[in-house]
Design a protein around this ligand. Structure first.
Ligand code: PEP
Ligand code: MG
Length: 902
């Protein structure tokens, strides 16, 4: 019988054995080193220990069986290739030990250089370097310092202090003035520090140094800063890091040596050219430490033309090979160029679009790939005005970046004052503790909105996003005093008329005016820049990629718009209908008085009179919107919020009545109002008398709205236009609610529409969990569903949407309970599951049921991918998110493996 061979698990790969697609196993750095090696580029030889070895070590607390022997074998072949032995006293091989996870985690994990140096090989290194004692002793002290800190947790400052002492003794501030003897002395000092903290001598055995360094890199995966970084960047915690063991090359061997970084295109703008920095006679860590100033990479041509030309050639080859912007680290050792690292480089949002466009022009990638390489978050960034932060501006507070953009203006505290100053041509920032529907005009007039309370789905945030207006919410360091027309922040008082600047992307608040620049991308969407005739590479690239996304996407994109003006803007941004027209603002302003009459009506006649007065006003609202959308579908939602929102606050009313009574004034009307407000007061209004419940309780309210919608549609059609209304009932939890509303609505519609040819659909929001779970029944009575994921998230999680983000989400994010607020990006497993169930059961009951979403998630990139996967027909989002949703819907259609917006 043949001897049975056990197949050993492979934990170590020579660079020649890997390739760029093995990032899971070899990490990004290892996979790319292998790729460069195989391309024939001059990479110092080495090998990679896999992430699997790391994971095994982290689970069991010891190196897996076979790892030590495999390292030994690869080390031997490295020694053969280099013609040197690790730590050899006469002619030592030295290696670096570097971490390298699948996703780059800059500065988060460990590196140890110069492994293999000890009291004897330091002499050999000096000989190797042509008798350069200073270099050899400097390398040795760097090893003890890095090894001590990284592997043995010796406090780094102790080494720093010893270095400072040595410089002080020498009367210098520059490391380069320390000679070989000084550095030899420093090595002694470092060894003492090492021994004091570890209770042992600095290890002299090279292989022990190597093993301990590898172990330290494994362990650095779980260092606290790495854990926090992964949580923030949403990098899975169980990937582990690979470890690269690479023959050392030195950039600090004299004027003919050096180190640098290079980019194959400008990562800031995407422009083609040669970008990078070079530092002569230095190691990579010196560049980071900023000990001396680097020179622009172009100057290398004068310093070392041969290496420069070679580098340019490699850069071109790498770009051609990776078909993308590459960033590169290199070292020149005595005139010999070595490539130490490459990866597809990080870039700004503008550069991402420009580079994708250029690569298509160059025939390196196709348009699908270009679309894949940009994302909605980048597009959104490009759509907002930005602060020109070239001067030092210090923020005085930080809230939630609720609606992106940059705005400066005079502080005002009331909606009326905002309107007044804006009419006089002033830029204003409306500052409130929180906003409510009464602030709408002021919000429209203001350049930006700043509140001290509320989260990303607070009234201020949602309305501001809808308008594309900059908003910072929940800046709780602000003590806002509206009656006194001032707020206090960081000990300073800001009065009405003082100028502040707010950044709705970062949530930062500045005192004074920070200059702002407009977005060219918005100018393009608005039609004021013609992409074919303008010499702006960004606008041309955006145009090209958007056109492709539109051709590819299956999801339609509608908008949430309540006015003709919003509808018009959304159409320019590419909206294909209105997915949510909220009708509540139509009950404010001048109409508030009518609403009060409706609420206070004590007889049918009084109520009917109030409704009759509201009817023509509502009809005009809808005519305006139908005309703007001309033939595109318009989903109008019947009134949703609790009625008390249209009445004065209870406390204020009670005080007014008491004061007036005291003065002996006639308060009959106010008393009636107070009684009504008391009657309607609810502890949890969001879970109370609102939505369909209101329609069922107040006779004639929904009927008036349905009639106004149908009449408006008929009028638009009769005057030669086209209207496609879809009436949507909010907050339905049971099919019986919908059936009741529908029966009444159908009668009115039939009566109004007659033979005009107008068709009115009736459907419902799915925003109460019970509605999602009984969607099969509800679909029997609904011609369409629109998922109200704001309320579905609120009620699915039991989170008050107005309170929780400011109150405790920070802690949930910190603990990693979720990586992003579920109000911002759909919670696929929970709330998303409700959507999926309702979509499936709804369609099973009524094939062809039209499905859309109109919660805030409709404009969130990751959520758009989810809605594509679930098979919705459209997403609806605020006008400014429409291009983002179009782009992401296109990306979702070409991505087979789900979303990957990283
Ligand atoms: C929702 O709940 O998702 C929704 C769109 O309705 P609103 O935000 O008006 O409650
Ligand atoms: Mg809702």
């Amino acid at each position: 019988m043949a001897a049975q061979e056990t197949v050993e698990h492979k934990y170590v790969y020579d660079f020649a054995e890997g390739n760029k697609d093995l990032k899971d196993l070899l990490g990004g750095k290892g996979a790319n080193l292998a790729e460069m090696t195989n391309l024939g580029l001059p990479v110092p030889p080495g090998f990679t220990i896999t992430t699997e070895a790391c994971k095994a070590y982290l689970t069991t607390g010891r190196e897996p069986d076979g790892l030590a022997a495999q390292i030994e074998a690869h080390l031997e072949s490295l020694e053969r290739e280099m013609g040197r032995k690790l730590g050899d006293p006469q002619d030592p091989l030295l290696v670096s030990v570097r971490s390298g996870a699948k996703f780059s985690m800059p500065g988060m994990m460990e590196t140890v250089l110069n492994v293999g140096l000890n009291d004897r090989s330091v002499v050999g290194l000096s000989a190797q370097a042509g008798g350069n004692d200073r270099f050899a002793w400097d390398s040795y002290r760097r090893l003890i310092q890095m090894f001590g800190k990284t592997v043995c947790e010796v406090p780094g400052e102790e080494f720093e202090h010893a270095l400072d002492d040595a410089k002080r003794a020498k009367g210098t501030q520059n490391d380069l003035d320390l000679d070989a003897d000084d550095l030899r002395g420093l090595v002694d000092a470092y060894k003492k520090i090492f021994a004091k903290h570890t209770g042992r001598e600095f290890p002299q055995e090279p292989r022990e140094q190597l093993d301990l360094a590898i172990r330290a890199v494994f362990e650095s995966w779980n260092a606290e800063r790495a854990v926090v970084y992964r949580r923030q960047e949403r990098i899975p915690a169980d990937l582990g890091t690979a470890v690269n063991v690479v023959a050392m090359v030195f950039g600090n061997l004299g004027a003919d040596s050096g180190t640098g970084v290079a980019f194959t295109r400008d990562p800031g703008s995407g422009a083609q050219g040669i970008y990078g920095d070079y530092l002569a006679n230095a190691q990579g860590e010196d560049v980071v430490a900023g000990i001396r100033n680097t020179v622009p990479l172009q100057e290398l041509e004068q310093i070392d033309k041969k290496s420069y030309d070679e580098l340019l050639d490699y850069m071109a080859r790498l770009e051609e090979h990776y078909k993308d912007l590459c960033d590169i680290e290199f070292t020149i050792e005595r005139g010999k160029l070595w490539m130490l690292q490459t990866r597809v480089g990080k870039r700004t949002a503008a550069a991402a679009f420009v580079i994708a466009g250029q690569l298509v022009d160059e025939g390196l990638i196709d348009l699908d790939e270009a679309l894949h390489r940009v994302n909605g978050a980048q597009l959104a960034q490009l759509m907002f005005p930005r602060f020109r932060l070239d001067h030092e501006f210090q923020p005085v507070a930080k809230g939630i970046g609720a609606s992106p953009g940059a705005a400066s203006g005079k502080v005002v505290f009331t909606s009326a004052r905002a309107v007044e100053l804006a009419a006089a041509g002033e830029s204003v920032i409306l500052v409130r503790r929180e906003t409510n529907p009464d602030d709408l005009n002021g919000m429209i007039a203001a350049k930006g909105i700043l509140t001290s309370r509320g989260g990303k789905t607070s009234h201020a945030a949602v309305v501001a996003r809808g308008m594309g207006k900059t908003c910072v919410s929940g800046a709780d360091e602000l003590d806002v005093n509206v009656p006194a027309k001032k707020f206090i922040v960081a000990g300073q008082t800001v009065n009405e008329g003082d100028v502040v600047s707010i950044d709705g992307t970062t949530g930062k608040v500045y005192l004074g005016e920070v200059p702002v620049m407009p977005s060219e991308v918005v100018q393009y969407f608005e039609g004021s820049l013609d992409p074919e005739h303008i010499d702006n590479p960004l606008v041309r690239a955006v145009h090209r990629i958007m056109t492709h996304a539109d051709a590819k996407r299956r999801l339609l994109v509608r908008t949430n718009a309540d006015t003709g003006a919003d509808a018009a803007r959304a159409r320019r941004f590419g909206a294909e209908g209105i997915g949510l027209c909220r009708t509540e603002h139509m009950f404010l302003g001048d109409r508030r008085e009518l609403v009060e009459r409706l609420i206070l009506a004590s007889t049918d006649e009084e109520r009917e009179a109030a409704l009759a007065a509201l009817l023509p006003l509502q009809r005009e609202d809808f005519i305006d919107i139908f005309r703007e959308m001309d033939g595109l579908p318009v989903t109008v939602r019947l009134i949703d919020p609790p009625l008390h929102e249209f009445l004065p606050p209870l406390e204020q009313l009670a005080v007014n009545v008491a004061v007036a009574q005291e003065r002996g004034e006639d308060v009959a009307k106010e008393e009636a109002l107070l009684a009504a407000v008391r009657r309607m007061h609810e502890e949890n209004p969001m879970l109370g008398l609102r939505g369909v419940r209101l329609g069922l309780v107040i006779p004639g309210l929904f009927a008036m709205q349905v009639r106004a919608i149908a009449e408006a549609a008929v009028e638009v059609t009769r005057s030669g236009g086209s209207a496609c209304p879809e009436i949507m009932v909010p907050l339905v939890g049971a099919v019986q609610e919908l059936e009741t509303v529908r029966a009444e609505a159908e009668k009115i519609i039939a009566e109004v529409v007659g033979d005009s040819g107008v068709e009115v659909l009736i459907g419902t929001m799915i925003e109460v969990p019970r509605a999602a779970l009984t969607a099969g029944q509800i679909a029997e009575a609904a011609q369409f569903f629109s998922f109200g994921t704001n309320d579905l998230t609120q009620m699915g999680w039991g989170f008050s949407r107005d309170d929780v983000e400011g109150a405790f989400f920070w802690r949930y994010l910190e603990l990693g309970i979720f990586g992003i607020s579920p109000f911002e990006s759909i919670d696929r497993e929970g709330v998303g599951r409700l959507v999926r169930i309702a979509a499936e059961e709804g369609r099973a009951a009524r094939p062809g049921l039209k499905l859309g979403v109109c919660g805030e998630h409709g404009g969130d990139p990751d959520s758009v991918h989810f809605f594509h996967e679930v098979g919705l027909d459209y997403v609806s989002c605020s006008p400014f998110r429409v291009p983002v949703a179009r782009l992401e819907a296109g990306r979702a259609a070409i991505t087979t493996t789900g979303s990957d917006s990283r």
